[in-house]
Design a protein around this ligand. Structure first.
Ligand code: SAH
Length: 271
């Protein structure tokens, strides 16, 4: 690991995001459960990745694998099977090995988030290496990656989990790594505001409140001597709700209907 990484960076437009994520491959070594392979395929697809490689898998792509893959069938169809790790890493410029255990190269150990920032800045969005390819390597369910396999990696990545029990399920570890990569590439892209119609104007609300007050008087719900307290509470409620002009119309329509009934039946009027 030579370059320093920075946490301040530009966010990535959608096209660049897609093409950057196509340059990431996820490599699973010696996987023993078909369900985990399927769940990994789904983890990739949900985060916009598509390249999954299996090194000497012990599991078959069986019904459970496809069931766990759910709608990530395209990722399953494109799985690359290879006989050794070197073949899976051919063409890669940077390789990171995921391990739940601290190994003897602590200077090259990164958290998942650091890995993602580093990959983003140095490999996936670095104008000097526009075609750079990277790989994330994950180990066997029962024994992880061996030292020879970790030796093939430029750096090691650990998900900073509960130190008392830090070994995640393989597919969950893959999901977290892919998620962090996607978030790093998205950068600080602001979440677009929810689309909502503009709220009713001040005068529309005041007219509604006046209508409301008249109707409540007619219903003898409101003390005519002291309507203010109640009306201010209703005003606060309307302000909080940020109701729209259309909703004002609906409420006023209801009030008119109530008034029509009360006028007809003489409710609230001395006879
Ligand atoms: N029992 C194994 C862990 C197997 S979990 C061991 O002791 O190493 C399967 C794979 O998921 C691991 O090889 C690793 O690639 C990944 N993984 C699980 N938990 C992880 C963590 N906390 N940090 C990084 N990778 C993890």
């Amino acid at each position: 690991m030579t370059a320093k990484f920075s946490t301040k960076h530009e966010s990535c437009p959608e096209n660049d995001l897609d093409s950057a994520l196509q340059r990431v491959r996820i490599v699973l070594v010696g996987t023993t459960h078909g369900g985990n392979i399927g769940a990994c395929a789904r983890a990739l697809k949900t985060m916009g990745l598509s390249r999954l490689a299996l090194v000497q898998p012990k599991a078959k792509l069986d019904a459970e694998a496809f069931s766990m893959a759910s709608n990530a069938l395209d990722v399953m169809d494109n799985i690359q099977r290879v006989d050794d790790l070197d073949a899976a890493l051919a063409g890669c410029h940077w390789v990171i090995g995921a391990s739940a255990r601290l190994r003897d190269r602590p200077h090259e150990l990164m958290s998942t988030r650091q890995m993602a920032e580093y990959a983003h800045v140095n490999w996936l969005m670095n104008p000097q290496h526009p075609q750079a390819e990277i790989a994330l390597v994950f180990g066997r369910e029962n024994s992880g990656l061996n030292n020879i396999e970790l030796g093939r990696c430029h750096a090691h990545m650990m998900i900073p989990a509960n130190p008392v029990y830090s070994s995640l399920n393989l597919a969950q570890a893959v999901q977290i790594a892919c998620y962090e990569l996607r978030q790093a590439l998205l950068g600080d892209t602001p979440v677009p505001p929810l689309e909502s119609p503009p709220p009713a104007t001040h005068d529309a609300l005041e007219n509604l409140l006046q209508h409301w007050q008249t109707t409540l008087h007619e219903l003898e719900f409101l003390d005519p001597q002291n309507p203010r307290h109640m009306m201010q509470k209703l005003r606060s409620l309307l302000q909080r709700a940020q109701i729209t002009p259309n909703e004002v119309d609906i409420l006023r329509g209801m009030l008119t209907a109530i008034q029509r009934k009360t006028h007809n039946t003489g409710v609230g009027h001395d006879v």
